[in-house]
Design a protein around this ligand. Structure first.
Ligand code: ADP
Ligand code: MG
Length: 271
């Protein structure tokens, strides 16, 4: 593991501009004797869109959850935007970082879950404004402006004052996307965000993700069962199996000519 910061001739730290936006190095995670992430390595470039597919229980959600620091890892290193997520270099070694460091680095990441998890007692706009006000200390007026703009972007400009119970699943999920974006993340994680939706509501959510990809400089990691969407949207597809990436490639190569028997078997089962 590299812990040394690169330095110029005046001993100033050189920002590592070409370092990936997200990097997993030898990441290991177990629950008891069950290994969920098994020596996982993954580098995602800034602005890259990565689709993560694979059988249930292969560790896809755990990958996103450890990146969001919702779970800890047992071994390895996770870096975000050139910095270790949970550690800082000290005297040439990595030591556990203070909570303030973890909060700051994690603040570059937004996540949307399968279950939308909106605050039920808050309107759509209040849901989107909440974290910018509470966490970023943004003024109410500024947070409102940001919230209105984002809800407009996801096609809900006319539903600002609706409560989650008054919205369809697809609309709630779009509020959840706007809420994550309100924190201005560099990286967005999507975990099966259409799985809880009726098929006719999936399209409106996928369209919002598509639009985000087109209009914003966002790095995206997306766990999905929607092979059609992965094929069309992702720059790269990673196939998870037993806590590691068994096979990956461009959508053309991956879907057109999968190398591994397990991948072929999975793809023929989901099609
Ligand atoms: P996927 O998203 O690919 O379906 P997950 O990352 O959710 O897989 O989980 C991988 C495995 O880890 C599953 O078999 C699951 O039962 C197990 N697992 C996940 N979370 C926990 C937990 N908190 N405690 C024990 N086992 C867990
Ligand atoms: Mg999962």
């Amino acid at each position: 593991l590299t812990t040394d910061t690169l330095r110029d001739s005046d001993n100033r730290a050189i920002p590592q501009l070409d370092s990936p936006m997200v990097r997993f190095q030898g990441v290991h995670k177990s629950y008891g004797s069950f290994t969920v992430l098994n020596d996982l390595n993954l580098e995602v470039k800034a602005n890259e869109k990565v689709a993560i597919i694979g059988p249930s229980g292969s560790g896809k959600s755990t990958l996103l959850r450890v990146l969001m620091t919702l779970e800890t890892i047992d071994k390895g290193l996770i870096e975000v935007d050139g910095e270790p997520l949970t550690h800082i270099p000290r005297n040439g070694r990595l030591v556990p970082a203070p909570e303030s460091h973890i909060r700051r680095v994690r603040g570059k990441i937004g996540m949307v879950f399968q279950s939308f998890n909106l605050f039920p007692h808050m309107s759509a706009l209040q849901n989107v404004m909440e974290a910018p006000v509470q966490v970023l200390g943004l003024g109410k007026a500024e947070a409102r402006e940001r919230g209105v703009q984002l809800l407009d972007m996801v096609g809900l400009g006319n539903k600002l004052d609706h409560y989650p119970s008054q919205l369809s699943g697809g609309q709630q999920q779009r509020v959840a996307i706007a809420r994550a974006l309100a924190m201005r993340p560099k990286v967005m994680l999507f975990d099966e965000v259409t799985s809880a939706l009726d098929p006719e509501l999936c399209g409106e959510v996928l369209n919002v993700i598509r639009k985000l990809g087109d209009e914003h400089n966002l790095t995206m990691l997306m766990v999905t069962h929607q092979m059609g969407f992965a094929r069309e949207f992702a720059d790269r597809v990673c196939f998870f199996h037993q806590g590691r990436i068994l096979e990956q490639g461009t959508p053309e190569a991956f879907f057109g000519n999968p190398r591994e028997e397990r991948t072929r078997c999975f793809l023929s089962a989901v099609k």
